[in-house]
Design a protein around this ligand. Structure first.
Ligand code: BG6
Length: 295
């Protein structure tokens, strides 16, 4: 189902037989909603989000490419999230053994002349967003180098999970890992002990993470399970009170109801030789209360 958003930009709504749904905007290829079969929204969107190009709206899953973060001549988190994508009517066959439900859409982004001025590397970026019969949401990104020379990029699915309250949430799967702390000039630390809980601003890149992590929401008795492939790192971000007050598109208390847990490739950029293709995949499942990735 293709509808228009309030800027007249096409958005695609996927709905499975049980009534779960996902909405994807051609602006940024951004997933802007994911609901379970009871109609509950699982992704956070700010009440102050600005649904207006050229910036990505605050919430859902902005695609960060060709860089995650903000350095060099490209804008913070890259340009892909600010571009108009098109529906890929003729996607090449997937070289993956992952099975899909019936409900998916294929999007395509190619660089404009302007993009090439800032980042002179030609690519075809194919994004498949799918909803399974169980209501799981998966995103598969495939980037092909159609340039004559090799190049590198970093990447992230900047995922705003909707949570009851930040003090009620913990992440399992990142214990004992090394991380780069963006709040301390990217200094490297090692996570100690137990599952990660939250008492203040967090902005970290966890390195070489396991392929499955779980975000447990104690109050909602709900767990997000995040499975990833081709994406070694996980960014954990919550701006907390002070920083959210400084952000025009985030309400003052809204930080309590969001947590970004982003499957990403940051520390070691991905390098593609001419003609080569990279695939990065993430899948989100919601299960009731406690869950362990080994289950
Ligand atoms: C996070 C970064 O992923 O995104 C933060 O780690 C950044 O440093 C945040 O502030 C939000 O970025 P933006 O560009 O969407 O406001």
């Amino acid at each position: 189902e293709v509808t228009k958003d309030w800027n007249g930009i096409d958005q695609i709504v996927l709905r499975n037989a049980q009534g779960a749904s996902a909405r994807v905007s051609l602006h940024g290829g951004q997933v802007t909603s994911w609901r379970n079969d009871r109609g509950e929204e699982l992704l956070f969107t700010s009440n102050k989000a600005i649904f207006k190009p050229p910036k990505a709206m605050r919430g859902g899953i902005p695609i960060c490419f060709p860089q995650f973060g903000g350095s060099g001549s490209i804008e913070q988190h890259g340009f892909a999230r600010n571009k108009l994508w098109v529906i890929d009517e003729n996607p090449p066959r997937m070289h993956t053994n992952v099975s899909h439900g019936k409900w998916f859409v294929d999007l395509l982004l190619k660089p404009s002349e302007d993009d090439l001025k800032f980042w002179p590397h030609s690519f075809e970026f194919r994004l498949r967003v799918s909803l399974s019969s169980d209501g799981n949401l998966s995103l598969i990104s495939r980037v092909r180098n159609i340039n004559g020379k090799p190049y590198s990029f970093s990447f992230g699915y900047h995922t705003y999970l909707s949570i009851s309250d930040i003090s009620e949430v913990r992440i399992e799967g990142l214990e004992t890992l090394d991380y780069l702390d963006n709040l301390c000039q990217r200094e490297r630390f090692t996570e100690q002990g137990d599952a990660l809980t939250f008492e203040s601003e967090v902005d970290r890149v966890y390195l070489n993470c396991p392929s499955c992590v779980a975000v447990l929401d104690h109050e909602k008795k709900r767990t997000f399970v995040i499975r990833k492939e081709g994406l070694p790192d996980i960014v954990v971000w919550n701006p907390w009170e002070k920083k959210s007050k400084a952000m025009a598109d985030l309400g003052d208390g809204e930080y309590k109801h969001m947590l970004c847990v982003d499957a990403a490739a940051i520390e070691k950029p991905i390098t593609l030789r001419p003609g080569e293709e990279w695939t990065g995949r993430v899948e989100f499942t919601v299960v009731a209360s406690s869950f362990c990735c080994d289950d």
